[in-house]
Design a protein around this ligand. Structure first.
Ligand code: PNS
Length: 177
């Protein structure tokens, strides 16, 4: 069985991510969407919340399951018999870092990275931009799944209410994809 992994922060998942998952699901027997536990990056949603949202949004796609991981992605791949990482490439600006990671992951464990070119509808989209736009009252309908919309609004107003600004949990970290 060929298993591929789509790793990421998914804080929150966007329609661009979903497009990549669906395309990976066409290429592999099974796709694992793996959420990184990243202590050095603040997030709007907890890993458990992100997992819950992801489970809801991939439910219609039969061969995708959700998991989370700590540490190196290649260690997760080794433990789970995963030979390929699938990622979306949005633009040339993604390429340098993604190519570097792909080469490192191959060097460390012989795990291949397959890039799918992001659907042009979503090529400008990132989780961090969605959070920023939503924080200032912008409309993110059509950019994130329905399951994200309500939770996003609620979380942003809770976080703003708590601190008057985006608090620790809601601090805009480095650009999440
Ligand atoms: O959604 P993100 O935050 O851009 O995803 C980045 C992610 C999780 C794919 C990347 O940071 C990663 O693979 N982290 C795991 C740690 C690791 O393996 N680092 C070495 C990469 S060569």
């Amino acid at each position: 069985m060929r298993i591929a992994v789509c790793p990421g922060s998914f804080d929150p998942v966007t329609n661009g991510h979903l497009d990549v998952f669906a395309r990976a699901a066409d290429l592999a027997d099974e796709v694992v969407v793996a959420v990184l536990h990243n202590k050095s990056k603040s997030s709007l949603f907890t890993v458990d919340e992100r997992i819950e949202i992801l489970r809801e949004v991939v439910a219609p796609l039969g061969n995708i399951r959700i998991d989370s991981f700590h540490g190196l992605l290649v260690d997760y791949c080794r433990t789970n018999g995963i030979k390929a990482i699938v990622k979306g490439l949005r633009a040339v600006s993604d390429f340098d870092y993604e190519f570097q990671m792909a080469q490192m992951n191959y060097r460390l464990a012989g795990v291949e990275t397959l890039f799918v070119s992001t659907n042009p509808l979503y090529s400008y989209l990132s989780s961090s931009l969605v959070k920023e736009v939503a924080t200032y009252g912008g409309d993110v309908h059509g950019l994130v799944p329905e399951a994200v919309l309500d939770r996003l609004q609620r979380r942003i107003s809770d976080t703003m209410g708590e601190a008057g600004t985006m608090g620790e949990r809601g601090t805009m970290g480095p650009a999440g994809r």
